[in-house]
Design a protein around this ligand. Structure first.
Ligand SMILES: Nc1nc2c(ncn2[C@@H]2O[C@H](COP(=O)(O)OP(=O)(O)O)[C@@H](O)[C@H]2O)c(=O)[nH]1
Ligand SMILES: [Mg+2]
Length: 300
């Protein structure tokens, strides 16, 4: 385990012969339309809830902001939401809603938490993430790295408060990844994944900063599923976290661009479509608890 990125090849590796995943380029409007009209598979659920977790500076907020921009069909200002230093900019449990360019709400939300950090007394505590998964953390709760969220913060969560798909956001550029992927952080993510598995909540991994990991991809995002460098990092991540390759999605977030790029949008929209499909499959089988136990949501 440990610094599993450091053994990776230089960023100018040759391309693979075939893509390890096919993206339908040029279908952005169709993908956006399907997501807007997504039929939720459980009538008691108003929206699918996605939770993003991962190391501070990994690109969680940038992923959310990129999605907002894509659906609004314009760039949005991220100066107050995206981190520039090593500390987490996001301190509260924040749920992001999405609307399209005509102001219509989309049938999903993405919740953002404080980033994971190395060391016991910094970053979000794993137990708080587990509480968030079960819907026990209220909107606006301010995370405290040295104190867990009180047990009764939200003692009677509804189906809409539960997390329907967990997304680990992991940067794969060498400079951030080397300190992000310390044993301590990997272990914490493995623990969170184990609880997610126990609860039956689907989860995926998004690999960010692919442009910094591979020069070819920086020049042409369409090569993202052809780059050997990115494929190997995805495999390393799959082994470290125990998540199958089919659930690992490399993306490039908007970070320095001044206008939208249809190929970047295609990769991001493809990824979101998969995540929401998993979330929608999950809600199909969940019911309101009958007794007092909040965990009975998960006894299917
Ligand atoms: N080059 C590049 N930079 C990115 C990408 N995603 C995020 N960033 C940058 O990484 C930094 C941290 O991002 P942020 O979204 O705040 O991370 P968070 O702490 O996980 O929410 C910011 O400076 C972003 O602009 C990406 O895909 N490529
Ligand atoms: Mg953030």
């Amino acid at each position: 385990m440990g610094l599993f990125w450091s053994k990776t090849s230089p960023p100018t590796d040759p391309m693979m012969e075939t893509d390890w995943c096919e993206i339908n380029w040029g279908q952005n409007n169709e993908m956006k339309r399907s997501l807007r009209k997504l039929q939720l598979k459980n009538p008691a659920v108003d929206h699918l809830r996605i939770l993003v977790v991962g190391p501070v500076g990994g690109g969680k907020s940038s992923f959310i902001q990129s999605m907002k921009g894509i659906f609004l069909d314009r760039m949005i200002n991220t100066a107050c939401t995206v981190a520039t230093g090593g500390k987490s900019f996001t301190k509260t449990y924040t749920t992001n809603q999405f609307e399209d360019e005509r102001g219509r709400n989309l049938p999903f939300v993405i919740s953002d938490v404080m980033g994971l950090e190395n060391g016991r007394d910094s970053g979000v505590q794993s137990r708080d993430i587990i509480r968030a998964l079960k819907g026990h953390i209220k909107e606006g709760y301010t995370f405290n790295p040295v104190m867990q969220c009180p047990v009764n913060d939200n003692s009677s969560p509804t189906l809409n408060d539960l997390v329907h798909c967990l997304v680990f956001v992991i940067p794969i550029d060498n400079s951030t990844a080397n300190w992000c992927m310390e044993n301590d952080l990997i272990r914490r993510m493995q623990n969170i994944r184990q609880v997610t598995c126990d609860l039956g909540i689907p989860h995926v991994v998004i690999l960010t900063k692919v442009d910094l990991a591979c020069l070819h991809v920086k020049e042409d995002i369409k090569l993202v599923y052809k780059s050997q460098t990115i494929y190997r990092k995805a495999q390393a991540c799959s082994h470290a976290l125990g998540v199958p390759m089919s659930c690992i999605f490399p993306v490039k977030n908007y970070h320095e661009e001044k206008e939208l790029n249809p190929d970047m949008d295609a990769v991001l929209l493809f990824t979101l479509t998969q995540i929401l499909d998993y979330a929608n499959d999950f809600v199909k089988n969940i019911k309101e608890p009958e007794g007092d136990s909040n965990d009975s949501f998960f006894s299917m």
